[in-house]
Design a protein around this ligand. Structure first.
Ligand code: 5GP
Length: 183
């Protein structure tokens, strides 16, 4: 069902969890950490679509050293709010990652299934190094052991939307992170 009713759209934004300003500040600091860690190294920032498209756009502009960007897509969540645990690469990188230090730019680590699978698959391609930076971490929901190398915000077990994160493909365009509730 396509959503066109603005009132209904607004009514499902339960409360703002992380403001635009808090995100901007955390992204700026993460950019500085990346500059320090990867100075003088061939760096590839890998975005896992679609959820991380806004985060990648902001992080890449917070980085001031030379870097390239690459895009992947993996399917693990379908139209609702439950993880399926079934991870499939639907769009692969164009780059041969054996020539790069790879930093995966992820929107959220929830059960951990998607990233633990993706990391395994990418490590098999023997990158110079492989780390994961996530915007959000929901450690209470973990079902497989997975710890991101860097997480900008740790959040409780709530379904969140905004800043690239969707519910049924809507709400990605919110400039902040909010809790979702279906009235
Ligand atoms: P995991 O494999 O860690 O369970 O799930 C990772 C993917 O599930 C994320 O990349 C994201 O697309 C989706 N996901 C997990 N939690 C949330 C959430 O609270 N909100 C939204 N919009 N997506 C989520």
């Amino acid at each position: 069902m396509k959503m066109t009713d603005e009132k209904q759209f607004q009514s499902r934004i339960s409360r703002v969890l992380i403001t635009e300003q808090q995100i901007a500040e955390a992204v700026r600091a993460a950019g500085e950490r990346i500059d320090r860690e990867y100075k003088g190294k061939p760096l590839l920032l890998v975005s896992v679509l679609k959820g991380s498209y806004i985060f990648l756009a902001d992080i890449s502009r917070a980085v001031s050293i030379p870097c390239e960007v690459g895009f992947m897509a993996a399917k693990s969540y379908f139209d609702g709010t439950e993880s399926s645990g079934n991870v499939q690469i639907t769009l692969d990188l164009a780059q041969d990652i054996s020539e790069y230090h790879v930093l995966i730019i992820e929107d959220i680590v929830d059960t951990g299934r998607t990233l633990s699978e993706l990391v395994k698959m990418l490590k098999a391609r023997e990158p110079l190094s492989l780390k994961v930076l996530t915007l959000l971490d929901k450690p209470d929901r973990r079902v497989v052991e997975f710890k991101p190398d860097d997480a900008l915000f740790t959040i409780p077990d709530h379904f969140v939307i905004g800043y690239g994160l969707d519910c049924g493909e809507y709400y990605r365009n919110l400039p902040y992170i909010a809790e979702y509730s279906e009235d």
